[in-house]
Design a protein around this ligand. Structure first.
Ligand code: ADP
Length: 370
């Protein structure tokens, strides 16, 4: 009959397709009957267990089950007999030569035309490599965290302990200048002035380093309303704003889960830079917030001198500056501090800018459901 013949054709085609999928699979696909005798074994199983099909079919499925896990197989077979599947459970299989393989296993009942359970089929995915990689990555992460903590500690100790001898240098150059007032020639006075200028500068650098290493102590503890933080920063700069005829505006800003002192440092540094790196026009700064699915994106936009593209990454490094101090004062610690705070909050930061076109500092912070 034509329709039966057509059905048979379709069945044959789909069973052929299934066979090629099983043959091509990188997973080990194996079946066995209710007595546990292996009835099929694909090339993926040959690879995973290093056992050729000819050596496996007809053997008991116990050849890949470690003896201490025999009970596990019984439980699985109990479920299979009841027509149930067992999905993605992690277990250990044994391969030729006793090598063990971590696998994620799915076992399903095999039924005949009358829907009677006649055996089981399993798909095993080799987890050994990914497990090794995950373990290695975890080791590396731990080592990096340890090194990072040591470095932070080192930076803190250096910055802290150098301040005392620095105070002595400052103090004695001052004494030298006071004590020999009027007796020193112009060159000697110039030397003293260079020495005290350098000591002052070193003090500023150490203060930046110390502030950077202190950030670790500023743990996120609460939802911080950023509109309050930004308003406080704006009010700190009210004198500069009046002097420079500058203006700062902001959108309504959300609250983020953070440390208030730390996020204040972010806005303080970005706003200070936006005012400092001004062009000829009166500085105009705008702080905005944009909501994405799982984070906020904040922008501090200015109309200042801008930054060439090749420096867009470098400026976030510690003590990295693009201008001489006489032109724009600073230590180069500000953006490193901002970056560290943002990253500790789980966000990232970048700049979009062209020389002469102003700069937009963008950073993200995770959204919390309060
Ligand atoms: P500092 O301002 O103390 O030099 P920062 O770490 O805050 O240090 O900034 C690093 C460098 O990035 C600055 O020296 C400056 O060249 C550049 N920069 C930062 N903010 C801006 C800005 N808004 N516009 C133009 N250049 C900027």
């Amino acid at each position: 009959m034509p329709s039966e013949a057509a059905d048979m054709g379709t069945n044959e085609a789909s069973s052929g397709l299934l066979t090629s999928i099983i043959e091509a699979s990188t997973d080990a696909i194996v079946s066995w009957d209710l007595d546990g005798v292996v009835t099929s074994w694909n090339p993926g199983a040959e690879r995973l267990y290093s056992i050729p099909k000819g050596d496996a079919v007809g053997q008991h499925i116990h050849i890949i089950i470690p003896s201490e896990r025999a009970g596990e197989l019984e439980v699985v077979m109990e479920l299979v007999r009841k027509g149930k599947r067992v999905e993605h459970f992690e277990t250990t299989h044994v391969c030729r030569g006793g090598r063990l393989a971590e696998v994620s296993l799915t076992v399903a009942p095999l039924v005949d035309e009358t829907e009677k359970v006649v055996g089981a089929a399993s798909i095993a995915r080799d987890l050994t490599d990914s497990k090794v990689l995950v373990d290695r990555l975890a080791d590396k992460t731990r080592a990096l965290e340890r090194m990072n903590a040591e470095l932070e500690q080192f930076a803190h100790v250096v910055a802290h302990d150098l301040r005392e001898p620095l105070r002595m240098v400052t103090c004695f150059t001052q004494l030298l200048s006071d004590h020999y007032d009027g007796q020193l020639d112009e060159r000697a006075q110039r030397y003293i002035s260079h020495a005290s200028g350098a000591a002052r500068r070193m003090g500023e650098l150490l203060a930046g380093l110390l502030e950077y290493s202190h950030l670790d102590r500023l743990e996120a503890t609460e939802m911080v309303p950023l509109d309050r933080v930004v308003d406080a920063v704006i009010s700190d700069y009210s004198v500069t704003l009046a002097e420079e005829q500058a203006s700062i505006s902001r959108d309504p800003l959300p609250a983020v889960y953070a440390n208030e002192a730390a996020v204040r440092l972010v806005f303080q540094n970005l706003i200070e830079n936006a005012l400092k790196y001004r062009g000829d026009a009166a500085p105009e700064v705008h702080v905005s917030a944009k909501q994405a699915s799982d984070h906020w994106e904040f922008t501090v936009q200015d109309n200042g001198i801008g930054i060439e593209k090749e420096y867009h990454d470098r400026i976030f490094g510690m003590f990295q500056r693009l201008w001489e101090r006489e032109r724009y004062p600073g230590t180069g610690a500000g953006l490193a501090i901002v970056k560290k705070v943002v990253e500790r909050c789980g966000g990232r930061i970048w700049v979009e800018s062209e020389p002469g076109e102003g700069a937009g500092f963008h950073f993200t912070m995770p959204r919390h459901a309060d």
